[in-house]
Design a protein around this ligand. Structure first.
Ligand code: COA
Length: 183
């Protein structure tokens, strides 16, 4: 199937049926590279158990699948970092959202789909009037992702280790998002 860059992305909640495709994407080199600086890593996210991960979804930590014409092409994780049970972000203020995003099939990269996914997810997050900002933790080495996030209005706020991962935290304030020029 040919992917058109003009196609519109649909975001829907991930289900257990999405576990195989998520596991397949974990073996894509560009997904491995965004999850770890380990040059020997053979799968992304340290061999995550997707059925288990998806089964633990809740209103404070959930996944959304992006589809183009019914074909899954990407995924987002959206959490409330103050409330989600693993406390991945440690001590952090309430009323934020944290996001993660990756495109799975290589042929779906650089077609504007990631921008559409982030735009929909950010709009949905700020639809809750309590949400003040969105945080994101790309690897410090992932300069392509930094450029992508900055174009959306995120600003770097500082380098931080999450376990073994050397990250550059970025933050998008509600006022920045609401004040931007929509194209
Ligand atoms: C980061 C990521 C999600 C961005 O998604 P994407 O769909 O590739 O991003 P977009 O296509 O919206 O934008 C990327 C580039 O394509 C260009 N682009 C945007 N719309 C486009 C379109 N319709 N047609 C062609 N190119 C387009 C953008 O200008 C941008 O160029 P840049 O190199 O100057 O940044 C994706 O590259 C990815 O999954 N990377 C691997 C995982 C990763 O790094 N995730 C982030 C972890 S923190």
């Amino acid at each position: 199937m040919t992917l058109s860059s003009a196609s519109s992305v649909r975001l829907r909640p991930a289900t257990l049926d999405d576990a195989p495709v998520l596991a397949e994407w974990d073996r894509e080199p560009h997904v491995i590279a965004c999850s770890s600086d380990d040059p020997d890593a053979e799968t992304a996210f340290g061999g995550i158990d997707w059925p288990e991960e998806l089964a633990e979804s809740s209103p404070v930590s959930f996944y959304q699948i992006a589809e183009i014409d019914g074909r899954p092409i990407g995924v987002m994780q959206i959490i409330d970092p103050h409330l989600e049970p693993t406390r991945y972000w440690g001590e952090i203020e309430p009323n934020l959202r944290a996001m993660d995003i990756w495109i799975g099939p290589r042929d779906a990269l650089n077609r504007g789909y990631g921008t559409q996914m982030m735009t929909r997810a950010i709009d949905a997050a700020f639809a809750d009037p309590r949400v003040t900002a969105i945080v994101i933790d790309p690897l410090n080495s992932n300069t392509a992702a930094h450029r992508f996030y900055r174009r959306l209005g995120f600003a770097p706020v500082g380098r931080r280790m999450f376990d073994q991962d050397d990250c550059l935290v970025h933050r998008l304030e509600r006022a920045t998002w609401e004040g931007r020029t929509r194209t």
